[in-house]
Design a protein around this ligand. Structure first.
Ligand code: PEP
Ligand code: MG
Length: 732
């Protein structure tokens, strides 16, 4: 359609789009419009076949009145019988790869004018995503024709370590728009399924009408009858069945038919009739939901469930019973998205950023998800299974080795101990069983408790949670972070509409904006600390001194209130997160107000490098080991120590063995990480001396590129016999 419209709009005589096969260097006509000749359209071209290949090689557009004068011109191919003269061509690029070339030609010997060229090039630059999506879909579709989907390996981003296998379960059933186009494998079965779904939808409606009869007036009840009539409509039924008989599966046939009817109604210039479009869409959705009955949330999950979706929510993850959920795959998301952090905390391998993979096609497929390498293998071959089993054996060997370190301290070869704490909060109260294994809690993220509910928790509910946590770990220190909501952790019951939420009302900005929420939390914390004295409270997203001053004022107010009410309370030690670059330069002033610091490397990296931690498109730019990050962490440690304050790291960087080694060398006082990473970091610390770690960090500070820092650290790990630990987020 686009090629056709371009051809009309810029008055060319022919317009075409050629797909480029990167492996073979061949080009193949995707589509063409206008005066099509063999030379123009049908030829399957080889590499270096003229202007099309020139555009791909140079990644730039050309606009030529007389193409024969151009160095890329190839005589035998481009002298078309019809005598095309003017040539306009542009590459279609997706993620730096030339996927296709768009070409327009004219018989008249004149350059395309500026308006035509601008229009043409603008469209070409926009088509990368669409062409890529089409290619991936075709890849899956081609394999589906005739039989079941074959083996397919897709690369994404490694978001939670470990390797796993299971059956893909869609978190959200497809809606009408996103229902994929399967061919019907058994036409009669698809037709029967469709008829049964219509009958079930009808039955459901009739039962609801009966249930509601006492409560609704007759004219409203009549709406049910209208909907039943729509379910019976010939256009809907015969349209869908005709599509099924033509070879489409029931869900696709239904979706296409409904969307076509919706469009017809929407075009009618009468608001009453146009509104009918919505009713038809709803009827379509209702039938579709019956066709999808085998998909959760009907409550049935396979034994080895790999939860999949374009995006996943916390509710969807927690909806799957823990003993069944073995993996997560997601077309969006990246290492630092909170879903990735949740997956790591749960110890579930996760691969995200799978881009254009049409996950909706893959329901029920067997899959191996490799969270270490960021690879997903759909319908694995016998060879894949052998490799998988081998990896599982290796994993078990590492686990056995780590188990032997369980009761040993995190102490370097030259006797320096570094406290290793854990990050908790994802699973609100799942900490009691393992508390004895840890030296304390370095970060308790309270927001997940808020996020898992439909209303704000009361002071007493919060008090019980914090008290339980403090008692479980007492006398070990427990660092509880006040509510860090906003951006990708928006409260489900508190809607904030922002164009740029990561730079918006996040963390301390939100809680200071809502003292009624903040004071309730502070009161609960002060009460929980009474008699235990192991609480440390840390404040997120501090970016200016006034925020900490206002926070301390509120804390004091909460404390005085409790005193006046005669309620036992105890002030905790206070800390500030250093995760916004401005806070780095406020450390001296902050030191006069708080007792300790903790570096949130996840956000600090995001804000320092101007890279959205959730955006898979820029994941390649997000790097904890970027020299600027190393320098800033080094600077923070020096500034904090000058002020005689301790400084820990609680971002994901602390849980990566190579990065932890670097942080140790830079003099960080403690590391806090997801519990599942702790044994590997302990193994690393015990394998080096502090002196060696310092030497490595000094060297790292002189390096210009992150890849050289990674190489430096990885070489050190290999030399110490820890090559198996080289992987995982934060160390790309
Ligand atoms: C951080 O930013 O490093 C951090 C620990 O906080 P969160 O990941 O919850 O934003
Ligand atoms: Mg943060």
């Amino acid at each position: 359609m686009i090629v056709g419209r371009i051809n009309t709009t810029i008055s060319s005589d022919a317009c075409a789009c050629y797909l480029r096969d990167a492996e073979t260097g061949h080009y193949q006509l995707l589509t063409a419009d206008g005066l099509i000749t063999d030379a123009f359209g049908k030829a399957r071209m080889r590499q270096q076949d003229g202007l099309v290949d020139w555009i791909a090689a140079h990644e730039e557009a050309v606009n030529l009145a007389s193409p024969a004068d151009h160095p890329g011109f190839h005589h035998s191919l481009e002298i078309a019988a019809e005598g095309f003269q003017a040539f306009l061509g542009a590459p279609i690029i997706h993620h730096r790869r030339v996927l296709a070339i768009l070409v327009a030609r004219k018989i008249e010997k004149r350059r395309f004018d500026d308006n035509e060229t601008a229009f043409f090039i603008t469209l070409a630059t926009q088509l990368g995503g669409a062409v890529n999506h089409l290619l991936v879909k075709w890849d899956v579709g081609r394999q589906l024709i005739g039989s079941s989907l074959g083996r397919m390996v897709v690369r994404g981003i490694s978001c939670a370590p470990g390797i796993t296998s299971g059956v893909i379960t869609l978190a959200q059933p497809a809606d009408l728009q996103s229902t994929p186009d399967y061919p019907a494998l058994d036409i009669d079965m698809e037709e029967a399924a469709f008829r049964a779904a219509v009958a079930a939808a009808k039955q459901e409606l009739l039962s609801s009408r009966e249930r509601m009869r006492p409560d609704l007036p007759g004219e409203v009840l009549a709406l049910f009858d209208v909907t039943v009539l729509m379910l019976d409509s010939d256009k809907l039924n015969s349209g869908t069945i005709a599509r099924i008989r033509a070879g489409q599966w029931a869900r696709g046939a239904l979706s296409d038919t409904v969307l076509e009817l919706v469009q017809i109604f929407q075009r009618i210039d009468d608001p009453y009739i146009a509104a009918k479009a919505e009713d038809i869409r709803n009827v379509g959705r209702h039938i579709l939901s019956h066709l999808q009955e085998n998909i959760p949330p009907s409550g049935k999950y396979p034994k080895q469930c790999i939860l999949a979706g374009a995006d996943l929510s916390l509710a969807e993850i927690s909806g799957v019973p823990r003993d069944l959920l073995v993996g997560i795959i997601c077309s969006n998301g990246s290492t630092l998205s909170h879903i990735a952090i949740v997956a790591r905390a749960l110890g579930i391998p996760a691969v995200m950023g799978l881009g254009d993979l049409p996950i909706a096609y893959l329901e029920g497929c067997e899959v191996i998800a490799d969270g270490d390498k960021g690879i997903v293998c759909i319908n694995p071959s016998a060879g894949d299974w052998i490799e998988f089993k081998q990896r599982m054996i290796e994993e078990q060997a590492i686990s056995a080795r780590l188990e032997t370190l369980k009761d040993l301290p995190a102490e370097t070869g030259d006797g320096v101990r570094i406290p290793l704490h854990v990050n908790l909060g994802i699973d609100a109260d799942d900490f009691s069983t393992s508390a004895g294994d840890y030296e304390g809690v370095g970060l308790y993220r309270t927001e997940f408790f808020f996020l898992s509910r439909e209303t704000l928790p009361t002071e007493n509910e919060q008090y019980r949670l914090y008290r339980n946590l403090l008692e479980t770990f007492a006398p070990k220190p427990v660092t509880i972070r006040t509510l860090d909501t906003g951006a990708d952790k928006a409260l489900p019951f508190f809607f904030i509409n922002e164009a740029n939420p990561f730079l918006g009302l996040r963390g301390i900005r939100f809680t200071l904006d809502h003292p009624e929420i903040f004071i309730t939390q502070l009161r609960a914390l002060l009460r929980a600390n009474f008699g235990l004295h192991n609480l440390q409270v840390i404040f997120p997203m501090i970016s200016r001194i006034s925020e900490i001053d206002q926070t301390i004022d509120l804390l004091e107010r909460a404390y005085q209130e409790l005193m006046m009410e005669g309620r036992p309370a105890l002030k905790p030690r206070l800390g500030a997160m250093i995760e916004v670059p401005s806070a780095v330069y406020s450390i001296a002033a902050l030191s006069e107000r708080v007792d300790f610091f903790s570096i949130g490397t996840n956000d600090l990296t995001q804000y320092l490098l101007a890279v959205d931690r959730n955006n898979p498109r820029v994941q390649g730019f997000y790097d904890n080991l970027h020299p600027a990050v190393i320098h800033v962490v080094h600077d923070i440690v020096a500034r904090a120590h000058r002020c005689k304050k301790t400084v820990g790291v609680c971002g994901e960087m602390a849980g990566d063995p190579a990065s932890a080694l670097l942080l140790l060398g830079m003099g960080v006082d403690s590391l806090s990480m997801n519990p599942s990473y702790l044994p590997r970091v302990k193994w690393t610390i015990r394998s080096f001396t502090k002196q060696q770690a310092r030497g490595l960090s000094e060297k790292a500070l002189t390096v210009e590129n992150e890849t050289d820092i990674v190489d430096l650290l990885n070489a050190a790990l290999v030399e110490a016999g820890l090559g198996v630990l080289i992987r995982g987020p934060g160390n790309k």
